[in-house]
Design a protein. Sequence first.
Lengths: 353, 187
Amino acid sequence: MIQVRLAAHGVDVEFQAAPGITALFGPAAAGKTIILDAIAGFVTPASGRIILDDEILFDAASHVNLPPRRRHCGYVARHWALFPHMSLRDNLLFPLAGLPRLERHRRVNEMLDRFSLEEAAPRRPHAVSPAQRLRATVARALIGEPRLLLVDEPAAGLDIAMRAEWYTVLRMVRDETSLPVLLAARDLETCFELAGNMLLLDAGRILQSGPPRKVLDQPAGVEAARLLGIRNLFPAEIVALDPGRNTSRLRLENFELTGPYLPGCLRGDRVWLCVEPGQLLAAPHDGSKPAMNQVTARLERASETPLAMRLEFAGGIVAEIARREFEAHKDNADNKEWLVEFPPHALRVLGCL
Amino acid sequence: MPLDWSPLWLSLRYAGLATLLATLLALPLAWLLAHRRFPGCELLDAAANLPLVFPPAVLAYYLLATFGRWPLKFNWRAAVAVSAIYTLPLLLRMIRAGLEAMDHSVENAARSLGAGEWRIFWRVTLPLAWRALFGAVLAGFVRALADFGATVIVASAAATAWLLPLAAVALAALYIGNRVRRAQVLA
C-alpha cells in the first residue's frame, strides 16, 4: 500500500495504490514519469508526503527524505537501463551485494529460471533479444524483493510481439507477487490489459480515478473524455426533461435529440454529450423525412480501421459501421447526404451525473 | 656526442606526476559538479577554471606571489604542483563532460537497486565513462608535457641547479615573468 501526496515540477497529485497494477495514464508531459521518479527518490518534491507500508519515504514537513537505495522501490526504466557492461547474470547479482555468496547465486538462478533467461544469462544486454532484455529488467527490479514496483512503459519500440511479451511479463508480476505496481502507461490498451485501477492525469493533475472500464464509460468531464480519445463530443443544452416518460430533449448545434432522462440536471443546463462511434447507425439518405433522432449529414471521409469503416461526417460526427455494410453503399461514399441515427440508449451526458 | 635523454625523461616524469595529481583532484570535483547542485557550485566551477584563462607566465607569477611569501622550498614537488594546477581545468572540463554525457537512467537504476554513490561510481559510472575519462587524462598529460612555461618560472625561482636542461628556457621565462611583474607594477 502506498500513499502519495506530492507537488514537484508542475505536478500536484494525491492518491493511494493497493497491491495490483495501478496505471497512470495521460498525454506526454502529464507528469507520469515525474511521479514515479519522486516516489523512487530521484526527484525531490517541493512538498508532500510519501508513505509506503507505514514507512515514511518522504515528508517535506519533517524533512524526511530517504535516499533511493533505502526506499525499496523496484524501478523499470523506460529504456530498460540494464548495465550494458555486465552480463545479464551480473546485472541480477548487482542488487544482492550484501548477501552471502550462496544465497546470492540461489536467488539469481531462481530468477533466471522464473523468467526463462538461463540461456541468455552469460551474455550482455546488447547481445540478447529485446524480449530477453525486457524480462531481465523486470527480474533485476524484483530480485532485491522491493515493496513497490515502479514501471515506466516505453513510449516507442513495443511492436506487436513485444507488446504481447510486455503484457505477459507484467501479468506474471501481478499474479505471482502481492506488490503494488505503479505503471506509467502510454496507451489505453495497456490500462485495460493490466490495470485494476487507473489514474487519469493531465498537466500534473489527476482528472479521474477508478477501474479503467468505469473511467472510459463515465468520463468525469470533457477533458477526461478528450484524453481518453472519445469521439463524438458535442456541447448540448437541455431543453426539456420528462421524468414521466423517462426522456430528455437535448439541443445540439444544428439538431435536437431525444435522450434518456437525466436525474440531477435542470432544464437549460449546458452539458457535453458523447456517443461511441460504433453505436451510431448510418445509412445513405434516400430522401425520406428523418425519423426520431435521425440527422442528415454530409459524409466527408470514409477510412478503414482494423475492424470497421470509420465515417467522418460534417459537424464532427464520427460513426463506425461494418465494412460489408459500407460496401453495399459504396456509391454514396463521397460528399453525399447520409442519415445518422443516435439511439437514445447510446447517448452519454458528461457533467451532470 | 652521446645524446642526452635526461630532459625527455624529466619532462615525461613530471608531466606524468602532474597529470596523476590533477586527475585525483579533477575526478571528485567533476563528479560533484556533474551530480550535485549546491550553493556556490558555479563559483567553484569558475575558480577551478581560472588557470585556463591565464597565460602560463601570469599564472606562475600569481602562484609565486601567493606562495613565495611562505618559506616554501621550491623543489620538484612545487614544479609538479604548478603543472597540475595548470592542467586541472582542462581535465575537469573533459571529465565533467564525459560524466554528464552518460545515460543517467542507468545510474538511477543502480540507486533503486540499493547501491550507494561510491559503489555506483566504481561499478557503473567509471566502467561506462572510461573512454571519455581516458581521453581527458591523455589530453591533460599532453598539456602538462607541452606547457612548461609556468612550471619553469616557479622552478627557476628556486634557483636550484636540478633543472639544468631547462636553464636557458628558464632565463627567458624569467625575463617574461619580470616584464609581466613590471607591467603590473607600472599599472
